[in-house]
Structures are given as structure tokens and as C-alpha cells.
Design a binder for this molecule. Structure first.
Ligand SMILES: Cc1cc2nc3c(=O)[nH]c(=O)nc-3n(C[C@H](O)[C@H](O)[C@H](O)COP(=O)(O)OP(=O)(O)OC[C@H]3O[C@@H](n4cnc5c(N)ncnc54)[C@H](O)[C@@H]3O)c2cc1C
Length: 473
């Protein structure tokens, strides 16, 4: 058994949703796990369930991944990071005697020929609109054509599945927090992976063996204007190195991590985004270190709040707030009223996207944040808030500001296109926040300025830190 964990029956059954029960037959060749959101081996409940199911049926296991060159807003930077992770996944799975089938086609289409020989299809779960649509299409197809196929969906992307935490859109962290605190322990449920009983490789051709990522990318018709990050590299090994570094050297200073001059956060968001590490693994490691007195209570609670409450509030948002990615439906009525009232306020500065990405605004902190984003693919959380607030201040309209922020966010951040992207940006427009004292341009939306940054932090330190980072890029 891997990971020195106990066997697979520890999993909370609420993670598994049996959406189709097939007619029992002994003629099928394998169990199929469609890996899409959770691109990892360790702490992957969907893989754990697929192995258990394969062993129960005494069948081999095949893991499938479909790579579409048309993923919304994805570019070279994102593909590189993702493929680095998948290369590692393939290597580890094959060492476990599990076949890995990699297709260069949209997954909901590429998977169809593989379904005929499958007894059971296990899917992991993705909360974004197009991820749900992909799974829905495969489910519809199976309902029409495949009477014998069983389908289970396993939620392994969050600690507490969204509908178990709450059945409605939450107002803010303060309403979701008590619900999560009450039940999260029931979802500390990773039991480890069993060995497969049928270690037979099934011969289904892959479109690429992932041995040469540069060559593979050269063949893909994707946007190559945004180059890969030279600072951050994809894959579980890198994710785990960040986690260990964070828990060993930074965690006890985490309550001070709002300071952008200091590098005190985990850098795990990009790995979480691609499912290359599990938030439950991070939580379990945190709790272990807390119980062995290596982590202070203050630090433990501060990180727990971000990893569990804030992150899962974003998943609640994209699940129950149907228009999460559209300007006219992403925030609260009070925010639209105040934006309308301040629509015609004079804007002192107006900048274009070109000004932003060439660091030509009058604001050195904003320019430094843009450099961090464009060159490294990441930006410090406090600077993300400041950055978006400035774009609101320097755009002709609120709608244009929203579009610019989303475009830059999803183009340059490795962790872009995530539930956290949409919740983070909507927060800058009042979602999950409250009304503040009325002022020009912003109305009752929370305002941030450079003087505030200087009062709280040593901002030259941030500028120097970014310059140092990009000297490696
Ligand atoms: C305008 C704006 C845009 C954002 N865009 C994204 C985005 O595209 N992708 C993305 O993953 N996050 C986004 N965030 C949320 C947050 O800034 C990042 O998750 C965080 O900075 C990631 O760095 P880290 O992993 O070092 O965080 P840490 O401080 O180490 O936190 C650990 C984990 O907790 C979660 N977390 C931390 N801060 C937040 C937060 N404010 N809200 C929700 N979850 C949080 C993340 O999963 C993070 O990886 C955005 C926030 C704002 C205000």
C-alpha cells in the first residue's frame, strides 16, 4: 500500500455520487477513471475509489486524460504547468501497474470510444461551468447508448463537498465558516491507495507519451504569447516541496503574510488549481504539525481560514451564483446601485491593457504587481486586491474594469480560471464584502490606495523582491 495509510474504506460516502447504475455483466475489460480536475495520484479520492472498484470487480484499471487545445483562456504558460504535472502522474501510475491513456482531443469526445469496454466510469468533479458541461455530455451519452455502464462521480477537489457544506449561496465567510468548522473533520477521510489486484496494462493507444513536453506543445495550436513561468514548475513533487518549505520555515509568520514585501505565503494556489495537490493533504499536514506543537494556534487558524473557509467560499460562489462570470450578475444589488450612482464620476487616470502589461502607469506598486504577474505567473494576495481596485479606478466604466481584470487574471496567473479567480475579482466589486463610506468613483465599494500600502508595509521591499524574482525570469 502507498503512503502508509489505512485501506480505502475511510472515505466519507458523501463524496461519491452514483449517477448511473449499469446492468451487471462479466464481459467488460476494465474500470475507467476519467482524471480531469484532480491531476494527481496522492490524496485523490476518485483514484482511490476507482482502484477499490477495480479490485472488487477483479478488473484492471485504466486512467484517461483528454487534453483540449481549446480550453477557455488557456495559453502556453498554463499548458506547460499542467503537462509537467501530468508527466509525473503518468510515471507514478505506470509504476503502480495502472494504464494511463492520454488523448489530444476534448475529453468529453475522446473518452467515448473507451466507454464500451468499461464496467464502471469514475469521474472526478469540477465546479466550473464548462467542467460540469463536459461531464453532463458524457453522462447523457451513456444514458442513451450504454446500458451496462455504471458511473460514479467523486468529489476530491474540496475538503467538504460544496452541497454538504451548504445548500445555498452564502453571504460571506462569516456565514459559511461555522458550517465548515462543524463538519470538516468528517471529511478528513483519505484512506490511501490500495495496490491494484489486476496489474495488467490495457493496450489503448495514447496520442503522446509526454516524454517531450516542448515537442508536444510545439504541435498544439494554442496561444503561445504568454511564456511559461521560469519560477514556478508544475507537478506534485514541486507542490510538495512548496508545502514542506512553507510548513517548515514560514507558517508561524503567516499571520503577517499580508505584507507583500515578505514572502510568507505557501504558493500552493497554482497546484490546487490544477489539482496537482489536494487541499486535504495540505490540511492534514498542517494539523499534524499543529498537534506536534510546531505550529502556533494563531498561525494554524490564519492558514485554516484561507485554505478551507475562503477557498471553499469561492466554490460555493461558482456553484450557487449562476452568473459568476458575467459583470451584470456577479455581485450584490447594493453594489450595482452604488456603481450606477458613480458611473459618471471623473476618472483622473485612464489606462489601457497595453499600458498595464508594459508597466507604464504612474503607480510604482501597481507596476511592480504587474511585473510579478506577467513574468512569474503569480501575484501576492494583498497586491491582487490593490491591483484590481486600481483598474476599477482607472477604467472608463465598471464593466470595462471587470473585463480587463478578468482578462489579465486568467491570461497571466497560473492559478487563473479558477473559482477563486471569479470570487476574488467579484470581491473587489462588493461580493462577500460590505458597503463602506461613500467616495468618488468607488461609491460604497471598498477603496484602496498607495498611501494605505505605504502606511502598513515597506513597499520598497516589495518592489525589490519582484525585481529580484524577475531577474531569474
Ligand atoms: C482580484 C483577485 C484575484 C484573484 N485571483 C485568483 C486566481 O485567479 N486564482 C486563485 O487561486 N486565487 C485568486 N485569488 C485569491 C488569492 O489571492 C490567491 O488564492 C492567493 O494569493 C494564492 O497564493 P498562495 O497560494 O500563496 O496563498 P496562501 O496565503 O498560502 O493560502 C493558501 C491557500 O488558501 C487559499 N486562499 C488564500 N487566499 C485566498 C483568498 N483571498 N480567497 C480564496 N482563497 C484563498 C488558496 O487556495 C491558497 O492557495 C484572487 C484574489 C483577488 C483579490
Amino acid at each position: 500500500m502507498l503512503n502508509n495509510q489505512k485501506s480505502g474504506d475511510k472515505m466519507n460516502p458523501n463524496r461519491i455520487n452514483n449517477i448511473k447504475t449499469g446492468i451487471v455483466t462479466s464481459e467488460k475489460s476494465y474500470v475507467l477513471y476519467w482524471m480531469q480536475q484532480s491531476q494527481r495520484v496522492y490524496y485523490n479520492h476518485a483514484l482511490e475509489h476507482a482502484i477499490n472498484r477495480a479490485n472488487e470487480l477483479e478488473l484492471p484499471l485504466v486512467v484517461f486524460f483528454g487534453l483540449t487545445p481549446n480550453y477557455p483562456d488557456a495559453n502556453h504558460r498554463h499548458y506547460q504547468f499542467m503537462l509537467e504535472g501530468l508527466k509525473e502522474v503518468k510515471f507514478v501510475l505506470e509504476a503502480m501497474h495502472i494504464s494511463f491513456v492520454f488523448k489530444l482531443e476534448s475529453p468529453e469526445k475522446a473518452i467515448l470510444p473507451l466507454l464500451t469496454e468499461a464496467d464502471t466510469l469514475v469521474m472526478d468533479y469540477g465546479y466550473m461551468r464548462h467542467q460540469k458541461q463536459w461531464r453532463q455530455k458524457v453522462w447523457d451519452y451513456a444514458n442513451r447508448h450504454l446500458k451496462e455502464l455504471t458511473i460514479d462521480i467523486v468529489d476530491t477537489d474540496v475538503i467538504v463537498p460544496v452541497d454538504e457544506a451548504s445548500n445555498k449561496a452564502e453571504y460571506g465567510a462569516y456565514t459559511l465558516r461555522p458550517k465548515l468548522h462543524k463538519i470538516y473533520n468528517e471529511y478528513r477521510d483519505y484512506g490511501g491507495l490500495l495496490e491494484v489486484n489486476q496489474p495488467t496494462f490495457i493496450k489503448i493507444g495514447s496520442d503522446d507519451d509526454l516524454s517531450d513536453i516542448d515537442l508536444l506543445i510545439s504541435k498544439l495550436e494554442i496561444d503561445k504569447t504568454v511564456t511559461p513561468s521560469l519560477i514556478y514548475h508544475g507537478g506534485y513533487t514541486h507542490a510538495k516541496a512548496h508545502l514542506i518549505d512553507f510548513l517548515t520555515y514560514k507558517i508561524n509568520q503567516y499571520p503577517l503574510s499580508n505584507n507583500p514585501g515578505d514572502d510568507l505565503t505557501s504558493k500552493l494556489s497554482m497546484y490546487l488549481h490544477f489539482g496537482q495537490i489536494s487541499s486535504l493533504e495540505i490540511l492534514d499536514s498542517l494539523i499534524e504539525r499543529f498537534h506536534s506543537n510546531e505550529v502556533t494556534q494563531e498561525a494554524y487558524l490564519a492558514f485554516f481560514e484561507q485554505l478551507l473557509v475562503r477557498r471553499e467560499l469561492a466554490f460555493n460562489y461558482v456553484t450557487y451564483h449562476k452568473g459568476y462570470d458575467r459583470f451584470d450578475s456577479m455581485t450584490e444589488p447594493w453594489a450595482y446601485i452604488t456603481m450606477k450612482e458613480h458611473h459618471h464620476d471623473d476618472r483622473l487616470y485612464l489606462y489601457t491593457i497595453q499600458d498595464y502589461v508594459t508597466f507604464k502607469t504612474h503607480d510604482p506598486y501597481f507596476n511592480a504587481a504587474m511585473k510579478e504577474m506577467v513574468y512569474t505567473g503569480y501575484m501576492h494576495n494583498y497586491m491582487r486586491m490593490y491591483w484590481a481596485k486600481k483598474i476599477i479606478e482607472w477604467s472608463d466604466t465598471f464593466e470595462e474594469a471587470y473585463k480587463t481584470i478578468i482578462e489579465l487574471n486568467n491570461k497571466y496567473f497560473i492559478d487563473g480560471r479558477d473559482p477563486n479567480s471569479y470570487a476574488g475579482v467579484a470581491w473587489c466589486f462588493g461580493k462577500h464584502d460590505r458597503a463602506w463610506t461613500e467616495r468618488l468613483i468607488f461609491g460604497k465599494l471598498r477603496y484602496m490606495n498607495a498611501t494605505g500600502l505605504e502606511r502598513k508595509f515597506d513597499m520598497d521591499k516589495y518592489i525589490n523582491r519582484v525585481n529580484e524574482l524577475i531577474s531569474f525570469s
